[in-house]
Design a protein around this ligand. Sequence first.
Ligand SMILES: [Zn+2]
Ligand SMILES: [Zn+2]
Length: 358
Amino acid sequence: MGDGCKQMWSARLHGPRDMRVEQVDKPGTPEPGEVLLRTTVTSVCGSDLHWYTEGGIGDLKAKSLLVLGHEFAGVLEEVGSEARDGLDQPLTAGQRVAVDPAMPCHRCEFCEEGHPNLCRRLHFCGTWPDDGSLSEYMVMPARTCFPLPDSINDTEGALLEPLGIGIHAVRLAGVGVGESVAVLGSGPIGLMIMKLAQLSGAAPIIATDLLPWRLEYARRYGATVTVDANENPIPAVMAATDGRGVDVIFEAAFGDETVAQAAEMARLGGRLVLVGITNKDNIVMRASAARRKGLTIKMSRRMKHTYPTALRLAVQKRIDLMEMVTHRFPLREADKAFALNADYTEGVVKAVIETPNP
Ligand SMILES: [Zn+2]
Ligand SMILES: [Zn+2]
């Protein structure tokens, strides 16, 4: 599209498995404290797949067209007055940035207490009714932006979001040196957690998955033991801890059975952190196992201010974010990216969508 054009391309979800790339109005100029972004890369997330296949997540349903995309990077096209980034530094047009999709109010009781992920008035890109990044342009609060150094490409910038999810989960668990960790589900979030557990000094790190190729990725991201979950994984996990049980278990799968497995494989007094989003909107585990073991169970809700840490880890090359990227699509084939991911074909781990230039 040429200069002065008021239209842009946008991938909009019309209903389950019905995503259409259409011309829509381009957003206007940014207000004070806002930026106009030209998006460059969006990565597809497991949570997007709930929207894509079911038209919602749990009891939240899209009641109108929805633009997905919450893991993304872009270039600042225009900055409003007083546009300051997530570290309170001034922003200028032309900067490449990673964008935190969460827009907490920063003023409610829960924000003020240091839990912006639980904000009472939270807006979040790609969660109805807030549109996400699968459009050529979008307006965002400046403070959601984190400038990227030259050493970090836009795809890595997008992947700082799932890395942040992993950081939040690992911090919730308080993984310690020499602790055993199991990660149930070796998708992108599981892989992030494994690498972070390794960086935290955990051992052994046990990974499970239903898809054999993902267990190969688990090894590359720090897993020391991999277990095929198509058969009951509990005996193999117990064997990996000499029958003692696992100190910290992360549930990072879509599975409805993985939460129950977590309780069974935990040691006495073990910790469970539940990160995945179950399909049936229920959490089921054997109560007597959880109770007798005195388990600590935590729900991981998105993340807090983890972008600065995520960016530092990427800059320091403590984690290889590019290794998990298996597929790349242009925006006009956004539907293909989601269908591939929803069907778990072609060895997909992480698919990214590149927005065309105007
Ligand atoms: Zn995500
Ligand atoms: Zn708030």
